[in-house]
Design a binder for this molecule. Sequence first.
Ligand code: PEP
Ligand code: MG
Length: 599
Amino acid sequence: MTFVVHGLPVARGIAIGRAVLVVSSRIDVAHYFIKPEQIEAEIDRVRIARNAVAEELLKLQANVALMGPNDAPHELAALLEVHQMLLQDEVLTGGVKHWIVERLYNAEWALTTQLEVVARQFDEMEDEYLRERKADLEQVVERLLHRMKGTAAVLAPTPPRRKRTADEDDHHDLIAGDAFDAPLVLIAHDLSPADMLQFKKSVFAGFVTDVGGRTSHTAIIARSMDIPAVVGARSASQLVRQDDWVIIDGDAGVMIVDPSPIILAEYGFKQRQGDLERGRLSRLRHKPAVTLDGQRVDLLANIEMPEDTIGAVKAGAVGVGLFRSEFLFMGREAHNLARLPDEEEQYQAYRRAVDGMKGMPVTIRTIDVGADKPLDGKQQREDYHLNPALGLRAIRWSLADPAMFLTQLRAILRAAAHGEIHLLIPMLAHVSEIRQTLSLIDFARAELDNRGAVHGNVKLGAMIEIPAAALTLKTFLKYFDFLSIGTNDLIQYTLAIDRADESVAHLYDPAHPAVLRLVAETIAECRRQGKGVSVCGEMAGDVVFTRLLLGLGLRSFSMHPSQILAVKQEVLRADTSKLEAWAQEVLESENPAAALVRT
Ligand code: PEP
Ligand code: MG
């Protein structure tokens, strides 16, 4: 039966495919496709792990039998017996085999997928004792996963998925079609930004999460992946079953489960329209972004990893306006890496970004962890709500750990010897923080000099993302060469709305008069003083705001590469000489959102 789940639109486009449910705690399990000739070997990996776990349990059972009732309660023996039964259960073993053979999932993915299926069945049981056996099943699967560690064959490259034909899109036989061909969409309760990074290189064509706001960092990464996504869909992960057919409409922020043939045909059509529109926009790639009245506009890229520069250059970005360097620091423990990247590792990463931009400037923002970007997603996810946006994040974090900060600063200064780097500091509010930061930058330079290490000059910038900063611009401009407006946080802190909380997402309003006034004043003051200013929050990539920002005098926009061409189209159609007066009217309006739509 078809039903619709509503959430928040995050990344545009339509995805049609089968649901893959992933539990947060097992998100770091590898997801990849094997080749058909690897099926037997993959089934063998599960069999070998199962035999090893069975033996492990037998040993435990033998030990328990030797202990007296005081050392090992009777329940323990019974529990181990249950684990043995679950391990051999045909529903688990047969199901795992099914995902490997029919879908070419790697063994770990097949195992966690089947765990999801069986766990649902346990949840639905009337008998409380049986319901509670879900935890035992989870433990058994954990043992199996542990045993399989290190036994995977070399990661198989993801096989290319056959593109569906127009006919297939139009007909319900899509649902009956060859399972190998179907795109996969990821459904999860929650994903941390570090989890999202893993999925950047993965097989999924779209995703939906139960929680999250439109500018949460999870949503931001989804946008950078340029695949349809919906967040804040509340109970989506409860309502959808493994392998259900779903449509994700990233423009409307909805997920349609088990769509009827008519709905499928309609969305297949929409999907093709989207492809056509992208094709049309791609013709603008090499066109300079100049308005009708001859104003040149810099369209820059926001990136998370040095390799993202490839997409940035392809999209026609004229530089990187925001390299969120914290992504180099996140989720490392899951990959058995040192907790923090050392100076050399960071230097190499920044250098790769500089080289990737082929002589264009790269703005590197110093680490901004904390709030909804924990350093280690797994460890701190439970503490999420105890770690609010008002706490120790961004520059506060860096100043609290000068050794870590100096390491980063040295790496950036060294990379600056290879190209134009702008150094951007997040979340400053106090002049004392500014002074402390600047003296640490001087100190990092002196350390490099003492070592005789080569380093380069950088332009220094501050992010304006706290109202206190936007209200003390003169102080900021005294110390910095340029400012970059982080509207995501500026909105959050101006309106007192947690940007990651879907329950207040309706109040997160980029067009609130107070927000627009702070943005307008920052642009105006920088222009008055002849200093550079850009917007690097999500507002810069939202075409709804392009003309307004141009009218307010902005000439530098930084966004995900996937948004550049649509914004360029707006720039090419704009006449800033006519937009200035209109922008002031919008600013004065009680309801700017309506004024924006009217014109
Ligand atoms: C912002 O706050 O607008 C910004 C660009 O930084 P981040 O989204 O990483 O907090
Ligand atoms: Mg920010």
